[in-house]
Ligand binder design. Structure first.
Ligand code: AMP
Length: 401
């Protein structure tokens, strides 16, 4: 899967529109709490600065409904401030997305200047993949660069309709986008073996297609989190009030049968942390999965499972992790996820982490620097694992031209 790279095209002194993913978390006071996505866009921005480009940055932020305009909640102004402090240069902040005044600002940009458009989703054309909106965005620039991996699974105007307005040689992927796609593509197609996938999170339904795809590629599949209970129930265990998707029991059986057929080693929790209710102040018990009381629920994997999973990771050369092992947001149920983070971090394997919650666990566990690669896109990385061609990838794919 080869993408047009920003290095393949001539950007020198050009007016370049870079679609970034600046959709970063903020606290209740409006402060950015994690600027990884902003920092991840810097290599592409700096590359353009070094080539005296006139730079137009575009991103969505949050989920304003089409036409809804909530300045405090969804404006990109805090991002402009953070960019200013990271790049140590002024950022021209537009008041809107494609208004006449913004078009004028884009037209008058000088070499080395940066204009940040307002939240793309303020314009209803963005989520509608509207070609008129895309045409207006396109008219601002000579070159289009997609560096918004985290948004590339969405068929939105700035991702899909916009690059249609640029011929081959005038559109490409930025460095972040290339890195993300290359990591997942290489890992899934040519992993150094043994290749272990650790999948957790809440439900099977959210990751069913990824599991079906992964079972064909991996040597070992380790399942934790809420989704484990659908598999355990499928094996005949009493799982009490734990999260179970009864309608997916058939699929769970199919995945386990396929693993057996392919010789893929399949690991499920052997013990769990159970509680009578979903609350921080509840009583908890550590029990083997055979002993889950009928009105309690499993909210984390237990200590025996941690040891088992560690053993399973021992000889891994490639590890993919997507989804926490328990309700890590509550202290009492966070240990399984933190232990998993430490085990993966300590391993000598190539380690790739996907999914916003999983990246959050790794950050809280203090293991960020030990991982080979942490994806900036939850939904997008999952769709790559499902084997899908993302709209944003398709638009800058070499073989498509
Ligand atoms: P996902 O978005 O599917 O990766 O799921 C992440 C969420 O799964 C986190 O918010 C966890 O709190 C939740 N989760 C993990 N384990 C469990 C569990 N045993 N029961 C309920 N929710 C869980």
């Amino acid at each position: 899967m080869e993408l047009w790279s920003i290095k393949d095209i001539d950007v020198e002194k050009k007016r370049v529109l870079i679609r970034c993913d600046f959709n970063v978390p903020k606290d209740e006071f409006g402060n950015i709490t994690d600027d990884r996505r902003i920092r991840a866009a810097l290599p592409t921005i700096r590359y353009c600065l070094d080539r005296d480009c006139k730079i137009i940055l575009a991103s969505h932020f949050g989920r304003p409904k089409p036409g809804e305009w909530n300045e405090d909640r969804d404006s990109l102004k805090p991002v402009a401030k953070r960019l200013h402090s990271l790049l140590k240069q002024d950022i021209i902040m537009a008041n809107n997305v494609v208004g006449d005044d913004t078009m004028e600002l884009a037209k008058n940009l000088k070499e080395g200047e940066i204009l940040l458009l307002e939240n793309l989703r303020y314009n209803p054309g963005e989520t509608a993949n509207d070609s008129e909106f895309a045409a207006r965005l396109a008219s601002m620039a000579d070159v289009y660069i997609n560096d918004a991996f985290g948004a590339s699974h969405r068929k939105h105007a700035s991702i899909f309709a916009l690059p249609e307005h640029f011929p081959v040689g005038k559109k490409a992927a930025g460095f972040l986008m290339q890195k993300e796609v290359n990591f997942f593509d290489k890992m899934v197609k040519h992993p150094v073996r043994p290749f272990v996938a650790v999948v957790g999170g809440s439900k099977v339904s959210g990751k069913l297609q990824a599991l079906i795809n992964l079972v064909e590629k991996v040597d070992k599949l380790v399942i934790g989190g809420g989704m484990a209970f659908t598999f355990l129930k499928a094996l005949g265990y009493e799982v009490g009030n734990s999260l179970v998707e009864d309608d997916l029991i058939e699929d769970a059986i199919k995945i386990m049968d396929r693993a057996k057929e392919k010789g893929v080693k399949f690991y499920l929790p052997v013990d769990v942390v159970v509680a009578p209710k979903f609350a921080e102040d509840t009583t908890v018990k550590y029990l083997p999965i055979q002993e889950i009381p009928c009105d309690w629920m499993g909210l984390d994997v237990g200590p025996a499972t941690n040891r088992l999973f560690r053993e399973a990771l021992n000889d891994a050369q490639t590890i993919l992790w997507n989804g926490p092992m328990g309700v890590y947001e509550m202290d009492k149920f966070s240990k399984g996820s933190f232990m998993m983070s430490h085990y993966i971090a300590e391993s000598h394997a190539t380690t790739v982490v996907g999914g916003g919650d999983t990246a959050d666990v790794v950050q809280r566990a203090g293991d960020v620097d030990e991982m080979t690669f942490i994806s900036t896109g939850g939904g997008a990385s999952l769709e790559l694992l499902e084997g899908k061609l993302l709209p944003g990838v398709e638009a800058v794919l070499k073989s498509r031209a």
